[in-house]
Ligand binder design. Structure first.
Ligand code: F6R
Length: 612
């Protein structure tokens, strides 16, 4: 969370930094700011609460000039989103400027010490103590790199930090402590860049050096020096990233989210490309560095929407590979001393590849001896760098903050992994494997059908249901996680409270919520649990509830039982979660549009959650 972008070179820094921040806005958009040092060593800061457009307007009114600049787009942790709390933060002399991603866990204690020493603070943030700490060390005669290094040693927690000093206008320092989101240096010709993640650098350079935890970079327009935070000099590990710049265009759609929902047939196709073999039929995953005999248990790690995808993945793994599999909330896993060993495969799933809890949970599993695999949409991300091997989702860039196509592609990759391991372990016969290859190959076309169904219905539903105060979402089996995801999609972009659960769970408490103002979305596809779902629907109807069913196209019988229906095309059983996700996404999308919400940047959220 929070985006950092820095520039040193020969161009006017502010527009370069602003464009970099635009590419990072998905990391947070509560407020933004930029600091520029001019040739005479004068530093000026502009910052503004709200989205980046506010900062752009401020810079139009009050431009900055200089070739060395540092910017930040914020997701608030300490202190409300406001001009004062926006980064960059400066020290009392106005000479040291800092942008920061992370939480200074001991900031109260540090602030008290600095305040007692005469420092005055103007914000409610934890970050503001950092420039003050650096200034105090500069005043004691330390060089800028040394002052930054010593200040960093005082901070508890995980951090990515970049800073400048007006007295050294051609130097920027970037450092990383733990996993609070990455920070990378980008190499240009006569110019250098610093950014929170690689995609933000790619329009400018593909030559990059991502910092590992405990590393610091001293960057000038000509290059960079790297050191460990204990002061040891190291060589910068430069790599060339083979990835094209993000084509951030809505392609005629009103929102990125809608574009990304509509792209799902194509993104599923990209995910399958070269992974399905037809003669003989099998799933080929050349990326895997372990054999089927090496693994006795699979632990999936993820958060949010992605964690719901892993719940589907774990069920698929048990069903197809007959391996015990669990889907873990990574934030809980990392603090509970879990049992893992060399026969455990820990699969960290993260579309961004930057989620702090998922990265740390993978790290913990690796320390416990587990084999590690990342499933991510971002090549070169921390998830990829921290795992033995990676299966890329190949969904293409996802800009909308609410995950859609990466949700479907995560499930698809886990389906392929389960089928591959199942076949390799002998849990699936050749004929079974062939059936799964055939099913997977039909997904792109079926996603296309799912997108075509229900034309015009979503808008009508939005008009009639947008005033509901809360929703319940019910599902069973592989569709229980889709009910949870449907509820999450609705609440994150429409701001209507929604709860998703296993349908049978409703009787154990939530049924008390049923009334005619609490619509229930029941996923009742024609699968092995269909009749059980009909029973749950009857229980809701018997209590005067309103039911919207998600049903298999052609199931005329269900129409008589419920108030409204959204259709899903008939499909092989293991594709059902991927197809049922589509109407859930479109339902939430149209509700949010009807309510006039900012669909692509919903309030309080960020696309990559780099603080725990
Ligand atoms: C919701 C959403 C989030 C993410 C979660 C994990 O639409 O996108 O719940 O799924 O923050 O993100 P990644 O997959 O990047 O680790």
């Amino acid at each position: 969370m929070c985006g950092i972008f820095g520039y040193l070179g020969y161009r006017d820094a502010a527009p370069v930094v602003l464009a970099g921040l635009e590419r990072l806005a998905y990391r947070g958009y509560d407020s933004a700011g930029v600091a520029v040092i001019d040739g005479a060593g004068r530093m000026e800061v502009r910052k503004s609460a709200g989205k980046l457009a506010n900062l752009t307007q401020l810079l139009e009114r009050e431009p900055l000039s200089g070739t060395c600049g540092l910017g930040h787009t914020r997701w608030a942790t300490h202190g409300v989103p406001s001009d004062a709390n926006a980064h960059p933060h400066v020290d009392g002399t106005g000479e040291v400027v800092v942008v920061h991603n992370g939480i200074v866990e001991n900031y109260i204690e540090l602030k008290a010490r600095l305040t007692a020493g005469g420092h005055e603070f103007t914000s409610a943030t934890d970050t503001e103590i950092i420039p003050h700490l650096i200034q105090e060390l500069l005043a004691r005669g330390h060089s800028l790199p040394e002052a930054v290094r010593l200040a960093a040693a005082e901070l508890r927690g995980a951090h990515a930090i970049a800073c400048m000093h007006a007295g050294s206008p051609e130097t920027m320092i970037a450092l990383r402590i733990g996993n609070a989101g990455g920070v990378s240096v980008g190499f240009g010709s006569g110019e250098m860049f610093v950014a929170s993640d690689l995609p933000a650098l790619l329009p400018l350079t593909t030559s990059v050096a991502p910092l590992e935890p405990g590393q610091m970079a001293i960057v000038t327009p000509e290059g960079c020096e790297m050191l460990e935070l204990d002061g040891t000099r190291i060589d910068a590990v430069r790599q060339t990233v083979a990835m094209s710049p993000i084509a951030a265009a809505k392609g005629g759609h009103r929102h990125f989210m809608l574009k990304e929902i509509m792209e799902q047939p194509e993104s599923a196709m990209s995910c399958l490309r070269s992974r399905l073999t037809f003669t003989p039929p099998s799933v080929t995953l050349d990326e895997l560095p372990f054999g089927p005999a090496d693994i006795e248990r699979v632990v999936f790690l993820g958060m949010g929407t992605t964690q719901y995808a892993t719940r589907v993945g774990a069920r698929m793994m048990e069903q197809l590979a007959r391996l015990p599999a669990t889907a873990e909330d990574a934030s809980e896993f990392r603090y509970r001393d879990p049992v893992v060993d060399a026969t455990t495969l820990a699969v960290g799933v993260s579309q961004s590849g930057e989620t702090a809890d998922t990265i740390e949970a993978m790290h913990l599993a690796r320390q416990g001896g587990a084999r590690t695999l990342a499933i991510t949409n971002v090549a070169g991300s921390q998830a990829e760098r921290g795992a033995e091997a990676t299966l890329l989702m190949h969904a293409g860039p996802e800009i909308g903050v609410a995950s859609t196509k990466t949700f479907v592609n995560s499930m698809l990759v886990m389906y392929l992994l389960a089928a591959h391991l199942g076949h390799a372990r002998g849990a699936l016969t050749d004929a079974d494997a062939a059936a799964h290859v055939d099913a997977a190959s039909r997904l792109p076309a079926l996603l296309g059908e799912a997108l075509d169904l229900n034309q015009g219905i979503y808008e009508r539903f939005a008009a009639s249901y947008a005033r509901a105060r809360r929703f319940l979402f019910l599902g069973r089996g592989l569709l229980d996680p889709i009910a949870r995801e449907g509820a999450l999609k609705l609440k994150e972009i429409s701001y209507i409270h929604a709860e998703g659960m296993a349908a049978a769970e409703m009787k154990h408490g939530p049924i008390a919520l049923i009334d005619d103002e609490t619509p229930v979305v029941a996923i009742a596809l024609r699968d092995a649990l269909y009749e059980k779902m009909l029973g749950n629907i009857s229980e809701v109807k018997a209590r005067g509830g309103v039911v919207i069913a998600l049903a298999t196209a052609g199931d005329d019988a269900i129409e008589a039982l419920v108030d409204d229906v959204l259709w899903v095309p008939p499909c092989p059983p293991l594709l059902a979660p991927m197809l049922a996700a589509v109407p859930m996404q479109l339902f939430a999308y149209h509700m949010a549009v009807h309510l006039g919400n900012d669909v692509d940047q919903p309030r309080n959220l960020a696309k990559s959650v780099t603080v725990e």
